[in-house]
Design a protein around this ligand. Structure first.
Ligand code: PGA
Length: 260
C-alpha cells in the first residue's frame, strides 16, 4: 500500500491463549518493541479477562487493546455477554468482530454482526470486521461472492460517507487460518482490491481510501513483507505468530520498514 494514505495496522489475536501471568509479560515486551516502530499502529487482542492486565502493561506506549468480540446490546440481562461500552470502559480501543471461528463454532450471522458493529461504533471502538471464504467455496470459485455477502451483510445499516467510522476490514480466508497455508500475495490482493471497490461503491472514494484492509491467515515473519507490498494490504491480523513477542515484533518491524 501507499503509507501516505493509510498507516499499517498490525493486530495480535491471542484467541483463547495466555494465563494472566503470561499476558502481562508478553504485552510489556510488545509495548517496548513497538516504541521503535512509531509509523505502525499495533493492537493486542487478549482474552477478555486479560484486558485490564494488558491495558496496564501497554500504557503510554501507543499500543491499542482490542476485545475479540462484543455484544450487540449495551447492558442488561444477557448472561455471558460483554458489551462494547464495557470494553471501552476497560480501556479497549478496538474490537474484532465476525472472526471465522465465531462464525463457524457459534453460528454468528451477518445480521448479528451488523448489530454488533453498530454497537461498537456507538461505543467509539474501532471495529475490525472479519470476512473470508472456506476452502470449498474457493475451490468452487465463489470466494469473492462469499466475501461480498459477508462484507455488505456486516456493514448493513451504516450509511453515508462517515458511516464506516474507524472500521477496518480483515480478509481471512478460512483455509489459511492456523494451517500454515498462507494466501499468495496475488490471492490476497484480489480479495483486498475487491473489498476496496465495494467500499468505494457503498461509502465513496474518500472513506474507501481511508479504510484499512488487513490480511489474516498464517501470517509469519517470513511471509508478511510480500503481503504488505500489495497495493490494498494495509496490515495483518496475526494469530499464532502473535503469541511470542519475538515473532510478533518481527512482523511489526517488517511493516515499519515498508512504511519508511
Ligand atoms: P493464524 O490466525 O495467524 O494463527 O492463522 C489468524 C486469525 O485467525 O486471526
Amino acid at each position: 500500500m501507499s503509507p501516505s494514505v493509510r498507516r499499517y495496522l498490525i493486530v495480535g489475536n491471542w484467541k483463547m491463549n495466555k494465563r494472566l501471568a503470561e499476558a502481562g509479560g508478553l504485552a510489556a515486551q510488545v509495548a517496548q518493541g513497538a516504541r521503535r516502530c512509531p509509523r505502525t499502529e499495533v493492537v493486542l487482542a487478549p482474552p477478555y479477562l486479560a484486558v485490564p492486565t494488558v491495558r496496564e502493561a501497554v500504557k503510554g506506549s501507543g499500543v491499542g487493546v482490542a476485545g475479540q468480540d462484543a455484544s450487540w446490546e449495551e447492558w442488561g440481562a444477557f448472561t455471558g455477554e460483554v458489551s462494547a461500552p464495557m470494553l471501552r470502559d476497560a480501556g479497549c480501543t478496538h474490537v474484532i468482530l465476525g472472526h471465522s471461528e465465531r462464525r463457524i463454532h457459534l453460528g454468528e450471522s451477518d445480521a448479528l454482526l451488523a448489530r454488533k458493529l453498530r454497537a461498537a461504533l456507538a461505543a467509539e471502538l474501532a471495529p475490525i470486521l472479519c470476512v473470508g471464504e472456506r476452502l470449498e467455496e474457493r475451490r468452487a470459485g465463489r470466494q469473492l461472492e462469499v466475501v461480498e455477502g459477508q462484507l455488505l451483510g456486516g456493514l448493513e445499516g451504516l450509511a453515508g460517507a462517515d458511516g464506516l467510522g474507524r472500521t477496518a476490514i480483515a480478509y481471512e480466508p478460512v483455509w489459511a487460518i492456523g494451517t500454515g497455508e498462507v494466501a499468495t500475495p496475488e490471492q490476497a490482493q484480489e480479495a483486498h482490491g475487491f473489498i476496496r471497490r465495494l467500499l468505494k461503491e457503498r461509502f465513496g472514494p474518500a472513506a474507501a481510501e481511508a479504510t484499512r484492509i488487513l490480511y489474516g491467515g498464517s501470517v509469519n515473519p517470513e511471509n508478511v513483507s510480500s503481503l504488505l507490498t500489495q497495493a490494498d494490504v494495509d496490515g495483518a491480523l496475526v494469530g499464532g505468530a502473535s503469541l511470542k513477542a519475538e515473532s510478533f515484533l518481527t512482523i511489526v518491524a517488517a511493516a515499519e520498514k515498508q512504511a519508511a
